[in-house]
Design a protein around this ligand. Structure first.
Ligand code: TXA
Ligand code: MG
Length: 336
C-alpha cells in the first residue's frame, strides 16, 4: 500500500540501488527508475510489458539537467522550458553523443534502451513537489513512463498504480490526485520543423507563440524497423479491458437500445446527462475540458470495473485545444 506521507529518502535509496519507484506528477503517475542504469530501465520495460521499440521519456529537475542529456540545448528549448517548466511539456531533441567536450557539467550518457536505440530523447520537468524532491535528491535523471501496464489506462491516483504492480516490484509514493489528469504534450524540436507528437494541455499555438515559428501537428509516418517516431503511432492505447466505443451524443440512445435488445449491458460515459435505466449505468463527466481531463482516466477505470458488456463514450463536445487531447486519448481507448 502507498504510505500517506511519501518517504523520499527511502525512495531515493531504492532508485540508487536500481529499484523502481512510482511517483506522482501533475499529469499522471510515472514509473520511475534511474535513467542511467540499464538494468533499472530494463525493469521498467519488463514491468510495463512495454515494447522495447517505444522510447521512455526522461524526467529532469530543470534545464541544467536536460542540457546534459541532449547534443545541444537550443534557444527554442530554453525558451519553452522557461515558459512551461516545471509543467506538462516533453521536449524531444537529439540526444548527446559520446561524452562530448563540455565546459560545464559532464554529459549524462543514457543506455540505448531508454531511447529505444533512437537518436533523440524526450525530456520533461514535472510540476509536482514529490517528483522534484526525487530528482533533486538523486541529482540525475529518471525515466518515467506512465505507471500502467503498456496500452492500459494511465493512473491518476496512487491506488491505481498499486492495483497494477506488486509492492515488492514497485514502491508507490502517494501524491494525491494528479492535477491535470492527462499526459504531457510531446513536442519534437529534433526535425526541420517543430512538431507535436502527442497533444496535451499545452497547445501548438502556445508553443508557436513562444518560439516564434509555426508548429506542425500530428506525427510523421513510421519507417519500418525504425524506433517509433511518435506515441501517436500506437493506435490502441489508454484502453479499458471492456470493449469501448466512441458514439455521437445524439446516437447514444439508439446504441443503448441496441445493446439492451441483445440482452447486454452498457456503461455510458457522458458529459451531458440523459436518462439511462438499469441494467445500464451512466457515469457523468464534467462539461468543461480541463475538468473532464482531470476525471477521464478514473472514470474509464470505474466504467471498466462495472463489468458491463460495452462502454459507450459520448463524443466530447470539442476537437481542439484540451478537447483535442481528450479526443486523441478516447480515440485510442476505443480502437480495437
Ligand atoms: O505526462 C507524461 O508525459 C507522463 C508523466 C509520468 O510524466 N509520462 C508519460 O510517459 O506519459 P509515456 O512513456 O507513457 O509516454 C511518453 C510518450 C511515449 O508514448 C513515447 O512514445 C514518446 O512519449 N516518446 C518518448 N521518447 C520519445 C522520443 N525520443 N521521440 C518521440 N517520442 C518519444
Ligand atoms: Mg503511457
Amino acid at each position: 500500500m502507498p504510505t500517506s506521507i511519501p518517504d523520499i529518502s527511502a525512495a531515493i535509496q531504492r532508485l540508487r540501488s536500481g529499484g523502481v519507484v512510482a511517483f506522482p506528477t501533475e499529469t499522471v503517475y510515472g514509473l520511475g527508475a534511474d535513467a542511467l542504469n540499464q538494468q533499472a530501465v530494463r525493469r521498467v520495460y519488463d514491468l510495463k510489458g512495454r515494447p522495447s521499440i517505444n522510447p521512455l521519456i526522461v524526467h529532469v529537475s530543470g534545464p541544467e539537467m536536460a542540457a546534459r542529456l541532449v547534443s545541444a540545448w537550443t534557444a527554442d528549448a530554453d525558451a519553452l522550458a522557461k515558459m512551461f517548466w516545471p509543467g506538462p511539456l516533453t521536449i524531444v531533441l537529439p540526444r548527446v553523443v559520446g561524452t562530448g567536450s563540455r565546459q560545464t557539467a559532464p554529459a549524462f550518457v543514457l543506455p540505448d534502451l531508454v531511447t529505444a536505440g533512437g537518436a533523440t530523447v524526450g525530456v520533461r520537468c514535472p510540476d509536482h513537489p514529490v517528483a522534484l524532491a526525487l530528482l533533486f535528491g538523486l541529482g540525475s535523471p529518471l525515466v518515467g513512463p506512465s505507471a500502467n501496464p503498456s496500452g492500459g489506462i494511465s493512473p491518476t491516483l496512487a491506488s491505481h498504480v498499486a492495483e497494477s504492480f506488486r509492492p515488492e516490484d514497485v514502491m508507490v509514493l502517494e501524491g494525491g490526485a494528479c492535477r491535470a489528469g492527462i499526459e504531457s504534450t510531446v513536442v519534437s524540436l529534433a526535425g526541420d520543423r517543430p512538431r507535436i507528437l502527442r497533444p496535451g494541455l499545452i497547445g501548438a499555438g502556445e508553443i508557436a507563440a513562444v518560439i516564434g515559428r509555426p508548429v506542425e501537428e500530428g506525427p510523421t509516418a513510421h519507417a519500418p524497423g525504425a524506433p517509433l517516431s511518435s506515441p501517436g503511432l500506437m493506435a490502441r492505447h489508454y484502453a479499458p479491458s471492456t470493449t469501448a466505443r466512441l458514439v455521437d451524443l445524439s446516437e447514444i440512445a439508439d446504441a443503448l437500445r441496441e445493446v439492451g435488445s441483445q440482452g447486454r449491458t452498457a456503461a455510458v460515459l457522458t458529459h451531458r446527462a440523459f436518462e439511462v435505466r438499469p441494467p445500464h449505468h451512466m457515469l457523468l463527466l464534467p462539461n468543461d475540458a480541463e475538468e473532464y481531463a482531470f476525471h477521464m482516466y478514473a472514470a474509464l477505470r470505474e466504467a471498466d470495473g462495472l463489468r458491463a458488456d460495452v462502454i459507450l463514450i459520448a463524443r466530447p463536445p470539442g476537437a481542439n485545444g484540451t478537447w483535442g487531447a481528450i479526443l486523441d486519448r478516447l480515440t485510442r481507448a476505443t480502437t480495437k
